[in-house]
Design a protein around this ligand. Sequence first.
Ligand code: IPM
Ligand code: MG
Length: 354
Amino acid sequence: MQAHIVTLPGDYIGPEITAQAVKVLEAVANKYGHTFTFDERKLGGASIDAYGVPLTDETLDACNAADAVLMGSVGGPKWDGVAPAVRPEKGLLALRKGMQVFANLRPCTIHPQLSAACPLRPDIVSQPIDIMILRELTGDIYFGKRWRAEDRLSATDEMAYSAMEVERLARIGFEMAKKRRGKLCSVDKANVLECSRLWRETVQRLSAEYPEVEVTYMYVDNAAMQLILRPAQFDVMITGNLFGDILSDESAAIAGSLGMMPSASLGSGTRGLYEPIHGSAPDIAGQDIANPLGTILSGALLLRHSLGLEDEAKAIERAVSQVLDEGYRTADIFSAGCTKVGCTQMGDLVAARI
Ligand code: IPM
Ligand code: MG
């Protein structure tokens, strides 16, 4: 098949890790006889430096015309002084909103080879961990009005959700749970927040349409604790933008490293935005030591969800698993007895095993 992919390497380690994912996707194209064209554009700080804004209309249009978008990471100290309205992160948020990718899939599994990197007691992770965090991505406090009082001494950020926004996300969660282990945990703060009460009512209403799915409701503070105490209890978790941001980083700690975690952001069609969940890691940028596996695995999600290429997606996931089996590790997941490799070499190793 032919597919057109926009790449947005972004800032600091972004270009290093994105290059590895592109390399692996090219290996897939060669092996399976597909033609992938890549169109590299600027996002975040790189776009601020080039055009004065973190996302241009042209770049957004290019993303909306592509089959899929692969992103690295944005932000960093270089742009700490810029006005809030043009921060690098604003570019990413505007991209998510502009592509209308409201459903963010953040899978959390522990690669058995990396069990040494998991900080939890072995008895806690003795049962398989396979959690799908489904984070709402285009609403919540991320997109509400925010302002600072004239005297600069108080500030407000508005949190808002509509039933429609909750419903379209929750339906994806129910459908996923049906295909997985049939369990859905809806995470909110309904004991305090009105948005959360709307969230819970909406999920409760929908649950009648999915009798085969067992639904539980959990307050976000308890969910944060349960993830550490009994992570194996979770199958699909659905939650809002802010809670999902926090819980997905927590789940990354369980998996052993933020560097391993892929994500897919989808809207109503097949076009999606794919990015690792980690940031731009300014402290290790330019040293060729970043872990590209989260981005490479995001490439697998791209093949699966946007291009419908399940075998090819599995080929990437198998290649990553094989490289880990063979003992290759970037610094973040290194343990004694393994072979330490850099970012480029990790990309080469995975690509060679496609
Ligand atoms: C993430 C990141 C972003 C977010 C930042 C960079 C705006 O933390 O993708 O999880 O908060 O969504
Ligand atoms: Mg985050």
